[in-house]
Design a protein around this ligand. Structure first.
Ligand code: ASP
Length: 355
């Protein structure tokens, strides 16, 4: 009996020792793979090209949506994907794809960018946009502009035609006009839907007696695009009207490189949407790239970590779209929904709600 028990104990010890030995041995090759980019686990390029888009994250619930509106959103997302896909399929650049797709979304009153931009407290539209190129880390951004038809083209002009990265207000408008971008009367940006949202929030403010931007759709609806072209260049862009009822020339994360937008050919491209103040403080777009670079984790892991852990724990709501240099795509959000879609040479997807 005593001998039997001893024998059992010896067996258990042996199994435990083998387990420890196996798990130690099993982690080391993985570590080596991560340390050596040439043996990256995700080394194979998944697709010739890839494009991922968002039209804002927020309290987007099926029960609050009519079939008609849902179909309008889906049709616009589908059109946007097709425009980008045609450019990339034909060998066009990711920069062209990002700008063209964002322009289509800015021209639609459905999104909080360009034509559909939300109103400030003063009843104006003040738009922000940015774009970043992953091959040389060049970037351009504009903030608080009111008369350029497509704010993303102003961000592109800052990138391509100036020695600066970020211009705001009247100066940015003057620069955009000086390089020949299309200007419009600020009234062009009026939409009844966004005007009514401002009135609702102003009424709420009156009854509360203090300033608020707290309405379900007050800060959501931004658009963003990330593209990977056949040459392996990644570009990311974001465009927004910001938050309804914003005051004091408030600017969110969307035009802030590293917060709302980031691209690096060695890691990934990212465009964010959500409560901008959190995205700025957590440098969200750059954090995804940094985690991939420094921790050696995948795009999927890095983007979920920031959206569903770091930001969520801090109370920051929103989401992001991202793709890596291999064409892997990630679209996490911690809100009930996010207008989103992607296309590659193998797949196409459009989504609105969470699971
Ligand atoms: N992030 C934008 C901002 O805070 C809003 C949004 O994405 O909907 O200005």
């Amino acid at each position: 009996m005593y001998n039997d028990m001893n024998c059992q104990k010896t067996k258990v010890c042996l199994i435990l020792t083998l387990c420890i030995f196996y798990s130690c041995n099993n982690t080391s090759p993985k570590k080596d793979l991560k340390e050596d980019p040439s043996t990256d686990l995700h080394q194979q390029k998944q697709t010739e090209y890839a494009l991922v888009i968002h039209g804002g994250a927020g309290t987007i619930l099926k029960e609050n949506m009519t079939n008609e509106l849902e179909n309008e959103y889906k049709a616009k997302l589908d059109e946007a994907l097709s425009i980008g896909e045609n450019i990339l399929k034909a060998g066009g650049t990711s920069l062209d794809a990002v700008v063209s797709v964002i322009m289509i979304m800015e021209d639609s009153p459905l999104f909080n960018a360009g034509k559909g931009a939300v109103f400030t407290n003063e009843g104006a539209n003040a738009m922000d946009a940015s774009i970043m190129r992953g091959n040389d880390l060049e970037a351009g951004a504009v903030g608080g502009i009111s008369n350029i038809k497509n704010p993303i083209t102003a961000a592109q002009a800052v990138l391509e035609k100036s020695e600066h990265v970020f211009m705001v207000g009247k100066g940015a408008e003057a620069f955009a006009a000086s390089v020949g971008l299309e200007t419009v009367d600020p009234k062009y940006f009026y939409t009844e839907r966004r005007w009514n949202s401002l009135q609702k929030i102003l009424e709420k403010e009156k009854s509360l007696g203090y300033n608020t931007t707290d309405l379900p759709d007050s800060k959501f609806g931004t658009v963003g695009v990330v593209a990977l072209d056949k040459k392996g260049n990644i570009v990311a862009g974001t465009s927004t009207g910001g938050m309804t009822n914003k005051k004091y020339d408030r600017i969110g994360d969307s035009p802030v490189i590293g917060a709302g937008t980031y691209a690096n050919n060695n890691t990934c491209g990212v465009s964010c949407t959500g409560h901008g103040e959190y995205f700025i403080r957590y440098a969200v777009a750059h954090d995804v790239s940094a985690m991939m670079e420094y921790k050696g984790i995948s795009l999927e892991e890095a983007s979920h970590l920031i959206i569903n852990k770091k930001l969520k724990e801090a109370g920051g709501s929103g989401g992001l779209i991202a793709l890596d240099k291999y064409g892997n795509i990630s679209m996490p959000f911690n809100t009930p929904g996010m207008y989103r879609g992607f296309v590659t040479d193998k797949e196409r997807y459009i989504g609105i709600y969470g699971n």
